[in-house]
Structure formats: structure tokens, C-alpha cells
Design a binder for this molecule. Structure first.
Ligand code: FPP
Length: 253
């Protein structure tokens, strides 16, 4: 009797066009709590498992040739969760960063954090800045983690910074346009995502990259984040490659 082996999908599946892959993919990692609850486990176990999923997705981006990935790890609204869960997440981020830094270096990953980082626990901030500095020159997958991130908050802080420069006479009102505005966002220098994947079936942006996702294709899967894998990414990419991206213009008919 032959045992059926799971398909590992290390290389890019042959039905995907390597020339039409998203150059930047963003993920809303939703459903960790439900994943744990369904197994009678505490919610935090879902987050713990979610880290492994994210790690594999990052490797998959490298294997399949997707140069940039952004993950929504903690929103400005997530502070409203039970204190125990918030504290667990902060400790988890710190632990994962400390544990994975060497591997990220070995795998040539560049990590960046976007969000209001100043209010995060100081020990987490140290790990964040250390990992950003150490990996700054890495040229592999560009990995961005949105932590204490809120799209509206990001836009407001950009407006304030621009207004301040106008007030100080460093900028004129006529200098303000879309490309200048982008330079004041946390994501300065990072191209906008082409594809947003959200797990667990919710059809919301949840305040994620409101400016940057203006023209992104959105793919929602019912799969809960800890169960997300390369097979589901494969489906998402097939679906993405069937779409015609018009950017507000008229299509090919
Ligand atoms: C949403 O699921 C998930 C989060 C708020 C946390 C996601 C964080 C990780 C997977 C860890 C990433 C780690 C690093 C270092 C980047 P939920 O709890 O809202 O799920 P639910 O909707 O089922 O309750």
C-alpha cells in the first residue's frame, strides 16, 4: 500500500505565471482565537500557532518569488482586548524576534515595523530596532510587520507632520500632492501591496493600510489563519492572476 504524501509545493506551481505574481502581498491574519476555541484551547495558542503560519508564508514568498510581504500583527484597536492577551502578544512578538533574528539574517530577510512604536513595551522596542538595523542591508524578502498600526492614525500623523513643515515654512501648500504625502507615511519607500489576503471570511479592511490598499486586489478565504498554507496561497494567486487590474481605467473587453 502506498501512503499518500502531502504535496509540499516548494517550487512555484506550474499553473502560476511567474511574471504576474504580486510584487507585494499584505495579510490580515484573522481567526487565531476561533482556531484555538474550536480545539478547546486558550486563544493565545492560536496566536502561537499563527507565528508558524507566518514563518512558512515568508519562506513561501522566497521560494515562489514574491519580493515583499506585510503582515498585520497588532492594530491600534487591539489594545481593547483582555490585558492577559495583549501582554501575551507583546511577549510573543519580542520572543519571536529574539529567536528568529539569526534565521532572518541567514535567509537574507529585511524586516521593518510600521505603526506607532513609541508606546510599545521598551524591551520590545529594543528588539524591533535591533532587528530593523541588523537586517537593513538584506536583499531577500522585504518583510513588514504592522504593530500598533492604524490606517487612520497613520494618515492623521502624516497630515500633522506636513502641516508642521508648512507652518515652519519648509513646505508650501502647492508642494502637497500624493507622492509627497506618501513620504510622510510609515510605509515610505515600500511599494503599495498588489494583493491583500484576509483569512477567516471577514470582508473588512479593519483600518489596515487604508491609503496603500487603494488599488489592491482583495482575496478572502474562510480558512482560519493558523490553517493557512501554501495550498491556499496557491488558490489566492490563481484567482489573482485571473483578474484584470484596471486601476480605474477602461478594460480590454
Ligand atoms: C487576529 O486573530 C490575530 C491577531 C490580532 C494577532 C496576530 C499575530 C500573530 C499571528 C503573531 C505574529 C508575530 C510576529 C512576530 C509578527 P483573532 O485573535 O482576532 O482571531 P478571532 O477573530 O478568531 O478572535
Amino acid at each position: 500500500m502506498t501512503v499518500k504524501q502531502p504535496i509540499v509545493l516548494k517550487d512555484l506551481p506550474t499553473d502560476l505565471d511567474p511574471n504576474r505574481l504580486p510584487q507585494h502581498m499584505a495579510v490580515i491574519m484573522d481567526g487565531n482565537g476561533r482556531w484555538a476555541k474550536r480545539r478547546g484551547l486558550p486563544r493565545i495558542m492560536g496566536h502561537q500557532r499563527g507565528v508558524d503560519t507566518l514563518k512558512d508564508l515568508l519562506r513561501c514568498c522566497r521560494d515562489w518569488g514574491i519580493p515583499a510581504l506585510t503582515a498585520y500583527a497588532f492594530s491600534t484597536e487591539n489594545w481593547g482586548r483582555p490585558l492577559e492577551e495583549v501582554e501575551f502578544l507583546m511577549t510573543l512578538f519580542e520572543r519571536v524576534l529574539r529567536r528568529e533574528l539569526q534565521e532572518m539574517m541567514a535567509e537574507n530577510v529585511r524586516i521593518r515595523f510600521v505603526g506607532d512604536l513609541d508606546v510599545l513595551p521598551p524591551s520590545l522596542q529594543s528588539e524591533i530596532y535591533r532587528s530593523m538595523e541588523d537586517t537593513e542591508k538584506n536583499t531577500g524578502v522585504q518583510f513588514t510587520v504592522a504593530t500598533n498600526y492604524g490606517g487612520r492614525q497613520e494618515i492623521v500623523q502624516s497630515c500633522r507632520a506636513i502641516a508642521q513643515q508648512v507652518q515652519q515654512g519648509l513646505l508650501k501648500l502647492d508642494d502637497i500632492n500624493e507622492s509627497l504625502f506618501e513620504n510622510f507615511l510609515y510605509t515610505k519607500g515600500i511599494p503599495d501591496p498588489d494583493l491583500l489576503i484576509r483569512t477567516s471570511g471577514e470582508m473588512r479592511l479593519s483600518n489596515f493600510l487604508l491609503w496603500q490598499l487603494a488599488y489592491a486586489e482583495i482575496y478572502v478565504t474562510q480558512t482560519l489563519w493558523p490553517d493557512f498554507d501554501r495550498h491556499i496561497l496557491h488558490e489566492a494567486l490563481l484567482n489573482y492572476q485571473q483578474r484584470e487590474r484596471r486601476f480605474g481605467k477602461v478594460g480590454k473587453t
